[in-house]
Each structure stands twice: as C-alpha cells, then as structure tokens.
Design a protein. Sequence first.
Length: 298
Amino acid sequence: MTFGQSTNPSQLPTRPFKAGVELSVVGMGGIVVMDETPEHAGAAVAKAVERGVNYFDVAPSYGNAEERLGPALEPFRKKCFLAGKTEQRVAAGAREELKTSLGRLHTDYLDLYQLHALTDVKKDVDAAFAKGGVMEVLVEAKKQGQVRYLGFSAHSVEAAVAAMDRFDFDAVVFPVNFATFYQGKLGDQIIAKAREKGVARMALKSLARQKYADRRDPEQKKFPKCWYQPVTDPHEQELAVRFTLSQDVASLLPPGDEGLFWRAVEIAMTHRSLDEKEMGEVKAMAERANPVFKFPMA
C-alpha cells in the first residue's frame, strides 16, 4: 500500500513517513470520537478523510475510541494509515490486547503498532524488552503480517533515547510543543536521535499550553478530553501549530477535543514557516507557560 501527496488545495498536504508512505500533516486521534454516537463518529471520520486526513491513531486506553473508530474508518481503511498502541509491558497481556484491538477496529492489520507512553526507563523500557516482555509480541505480530511498522510513544527524553538504542523502531511519537520545547527543554534531543537512527517523527501536544494550576479549574469543563490547558486564542493556536510543523516531523496529532482537531486541520491547510517576529511571539508564549513535560523529568 502506498499513499501519494495530495495535489488538491482543499485537502491537507502530506509528508513522508517511510519510503512509499505519505501521511497527512495532521492526524486524527481516536479520542476525538471517544464517547460520541456511532453516527457522529462516522460523520467526523468521513469529513476528516474528505479533508485529506489519512493518519488515524488510537489506543485501548482511550475509553471506547476503538469501538467508535473501527466502524467509522472501515469504508476508508485501505487508503488510510491506522496506528494502534499498547500499554502492556508483558507479552501475555499484549497478545490478547492486540487481538481485541484488531476486532474492535474491524481490520486484520495495523499500519503502525506502538509501545504506549514510555516514560520511565526501568518500569517501561526495561520491562518491555525483558524476557517475556511486550516487544516479543510486537516483533511476532510484524512477522505474521498483523503489523506493518513498529514504534512507540514517549513522554520523556530518557525513555525515548533508551528505546531507540535498544531496537530499530520505525517511528516515535512524542511532544513537539512550543512550551515543552523552549521552557521544558524537551523535543530537540528526541528529534536529533530519531533522525540519526532513521526513525520517523510524529508530534504530540502541539496545542497544549501548560498544566492546569488547579485541577478544579472551570476551564476543564470546556475541554473534558484534555488533561492539560489547551491554547484557545486563535492567533496563538496558529502560531503553536505552525511551530510544530516547522520542526522535523512527519505529522502531528492534535488534542482529543474535536474543535481543536478541526482548528489544527484548518491551520495546517495553509502552513508556512514562522518568520522572525512570529518566533519571538512563540518564545514569549513559552516563557509564560508551565509545560506539560520537561527534561530532565522531575
């Protein structure tokens, strides 16, 4: 299966993932359709595909997102790139979870299967690669044709670097965000390591501003699918998305809030690199933020 670059100005541009595979510069995370009706999920996915989105990402930990995304994506499955994840760290649980995910997603293969949320080297990376660990299932699934590419998502530099040193992964998904990049000092190290290893780079948290100072903040009710405070000002949203797309990444996954997803799609349609004045604005935004992730980990 190959994907080609869109020449339709009403569709998202694409960037290379691996040889012969081009992904839309914005992907849809399964949380967007989590807890929605099947009808709404179907309409959202169909609209996304119409706008040129061909990259979809989901995980068993996203509530009922797999059950909603599977039927909605089924009519478009052959022309879309579907990424799944597992937070399992031992083979026994992962093997059964993969079988369940394939069933829920109405497919017999995943384009990308990922170790989910690698954060701590000992608890996550070491455990995954131990005898009887989850990596045995990932390698086995690829050999059997259930998975085309193998990757991981990471929330720390330490875990991301350790994982890439252990195995020739195809992709890494990690925070590439203005506040995390400048204030949290996290992002460029993973980009550099992944580029050196030939690992495709996918971005998270482009529209995250910071951690909530108070978990009772009333703004959280407006964005129940975001565990962090998102960027809500339209101009700052544009700067945030363009900042992420100005980095060496193939695609970005916006927050699970549907409104923020469509806003990211809108901005990416006419992406252009940030000029010097805009970069100054981005750095000023970062200085005022408490990033969701930092390096080194606290």
